[in-house]
Design a protein around this ligand. Structure first.
Ligand SMILES: Cc1ncc(COP(=O)(O)O)c(C=O)c1O
Length: 373
């Protein structure tokens, strides 16, 4: 769309069709079905709140089709639906543990094969097989926040098989800082449960594409699979998106300052942040990984317990800060050998900075590291 508006402005102004009462904010259409004559039909197919959310997401991602589904995992599962027996699914070796688990389960059920490679390695890109139907990767990656060159992967994938689909999980970069479709990806998926929601109070997933054939395919599948987002979650996500750019910029500022602070603590061997090249990734904020060195390597539990402003558990990418151990949490589904192969150990800590005052978070981190001494 060439209206000269910034995508964030367009997202803010997205409105679903209403009945002419012109409310400032679109109300919740908590209705399973719509009467004959309505532009809507049945909420498993479409719903005004879901449509408004999708318009806002399409504006942010800069694409023709954005489909809202129940969770980020559902978005990935829908995409895997294009696989046919004999196909090869290629994925990057650094991925969210449940995504890898889903791929491993699906290849068995669908009689396809899974190839786990380092997509940031040009030599591995040159060896992508012609039977590859899907190549899926996160950038930046969970864990370690490494970036994968989208354009290079897309070029290599199309060389190997012009019909291959390049799928980027852009959850952690968010569409504010990265738009993979501009760099050759065919599909972008997001866990909307993370920064797009930003409040840890709703689950959702998104499938984005510029291609009309894929948009129609996923829309039809979603209807028959019943994977669409419910109106209330869509309404909450629409509300969240209104402050999304503001939240992300605040997360970014805090992250830059606290990452510098973290590097100065004796137990910290490494702080992982993605490379912001200004082209593929134009910014980043919210989540960092901290590698603890010996003799503090095994002290995650003490560190987490000493923090008072960081909640433990699976929540992340929200207005309040969290701390987690990927080894026992997000990547618990990987076996020991898989964890070792990617260098994931008990000393890796995931910190998500919320919107608390940055000085308070700095004080809390300083106190917690002092407690480890
Ligand atoms: C990168 C990434 N993709 C997908 C998911 C799955 O999203 P959801 O929990 O909304 O199903 C997660 C969850 O943490 C994630 O980190």
């Amino acid at each position: 769309m060439n209206d000269g508006l910034d995508p964030t402005t367009r997202a803010l102004r997205a409105r679903a069709v209403t009945d002419g009462s012109l409310p400032t904010v679109t109300p919740l259409f908590q209705s399973a079905a719509f009467r004959t004559g309505s532009p809507y039909f049945y909420s498993r197919k479409d719903n005004p709140n879901v449509a408004e959310l999708e318009a806002a997401l399409a504006a942010l991602e800069g694409c023709a089709h954005a489909l809202a589904v129940t969770t980020g995992m559902a978005a990935l599962a829908q995409v895997l639906g294009v696989l046919r027996p004999g196909d090869v699914l290629v994925c990057h070796h650094l991925m969210y543990g449940c995504s890898l688990k889903l791929f491993q389960q699906q290849v068995e059920e669908r009689h396809v094969s899974l190839l786990v490679v380092d997509l940031a390695d040009p030599a591995e890109l040159a060896r992508l097989p012609a039977a590859m139907r899907l190549v899926i990767f996160e950038t930046p990656t969970n864990p370690f926040l490494r970036t994968v060159p989208i354009a290079a992967v897309a070029a290599a994938a199309k060389r190997a098989n012009p019909a291959a689909l390049v799928v980027v999980d852009g959850t952690w970069a968010t569409p504010l800082f990265q738009q993979p479709l501009r760099h050759g990806a065919d599909i972008v998926v997001h866990s909307a449960t993370k920064f797009l929601s930003g409040h840890s109070d709703v689950m959702g997933g998104v499938i984005c594409t510029e291609r009309d054939d894929l948009g129609a395919l996923f829309r039809e599948r979603r209807f028959y699979h019943g994977a669409n987002l419910d109106p209330h979650s869509a309404w909450l996500l629409c509300r969240s998106l209104k402050t999304f750019p503001l939240r992300m910029r605040a997360h970014q500022e805090t992250t830059v300052r606290l990452a510098a602070l973290l590097r100065g603590f004796a137990p910290v061997e490494r702080v992982d942040l993605p490379e912001i090249d200004g082209r593929q990734l134009t910014g980043y904020g919210g989540i960092v990984f901290v590698q603890l060195r010996e003799p503090w390597h095994g002290r995650y539990a003490d560190f987490a317990a000493a923090l008072t402003l960081f909640d433990t558990g699976t929540g992340m990418a929200a207005v309040t800060s969290t701390v987690a151990q990927p080894y026992s949490g997000s990547h618990a589904s990987l076996c020991d050998a898989e964890k070792e192969a990617i260098g994931l150990n008990r000393g890796l800590v995931r910190l998500c900075f919320g919107l608390e005052d940055e000085k308070d978070l700095a004080t809390d981190l300083t106190r917690a590291f002092a407690a480890l001494a």
